[in-house]
Design a protein around this ligand. Sequence first.
Ligand code: FAD
Length: 235
Amino acid sequence: MQSLKVLRRSPTADYIATVVESVFLTPTIKSIRLRLDRDEFRFLPGQSVWPKFERDGRRFSKIYSIASSPSRCPEIELCVSRVGWSSAYIQDLQMGQTLPLRGPYGLMTISELPPRSRLYIAEGSGIAPLKSQIDWLYESGFQYPVWLIQSNPETPDQLPYRNYWHRFSQTWSTFHYIEVINHHPENVLARQGLNLAEWDVDICAVGDRPDQIQATVLALGARLEQVRSEKFIAF
Ligand SMILES: Cc1cc2nc3c(=O)[nH]c(=O)nc-3n(C[C@H](O)[C@H](O)[C@H](O)COP(=O)(O)OP(=O)(O)OC[C@H]3O[C@@H](n4cnc5c(N)ncnc54)[C@H](O)[C@@H]3O)c2cc1C
């Protein structure tokens, strides 16, 4: 296991992953745990892997965030929402089946303990890269407040990892979880009375939703250089 306070990533390389667990978190979102074939894989929380292969004449070209802490390497967890061919392919992999992939990729990361409070806002499977960061901060004994505001537009009353976050709230005194049912998370955030000037903010959601959420975050005083967002887009 690597140091809990400062992280490094390995160079981007090819791996073969084997499915060791695949469970539904909501009716459309699955957690898929993979074991990589080599121990050298290291990533920064917030990074992704890119399955690379051809099957039935189709090229797999979609990328997925890692949802687990780097401390779990060489195991990684994906959190995948079923929307089309690629996501269905990954969700339907059986225990023991393999998936060629390349990684790590991505810039919305942390590599050491940040110097201020952190606000995370996630919709749907956008929780994946944020969970990786939150898990690592928890393991590392991060002392500043960590807030998570989560919604799920696909099935608004069923949030991925909901019970997991409630357990965190009970054991981590500076962690604050707000589950958002049938609303936009930014509207619920606006009611919290936070001045975000001293906060780091990371946002992850599908399509143009991160831009909409970011507009509210900035209106609440967050500094642009302390706000990051990741868009889950299909390309
Ligand atoms: C950096 C990055 C990280 C990503 N990480 C994840 C992840 O951790 N989990 C995950 O489920 N997806 C993730 N995605 C999206 C993923 O790469 C695919 O785009 C998604 O699975 C759709 O591929 P598909 O072939 O199944 O569907 P397609 O046939 O390509 O259809 C996609 C259509 O479904 C809609 N849609 C609904 N939900 C999503 C969604 N989550 N992502 C994209 N489009 C969506 C969009 O309108 C889109 O046009 C990520 C994307 C990026 C760019």
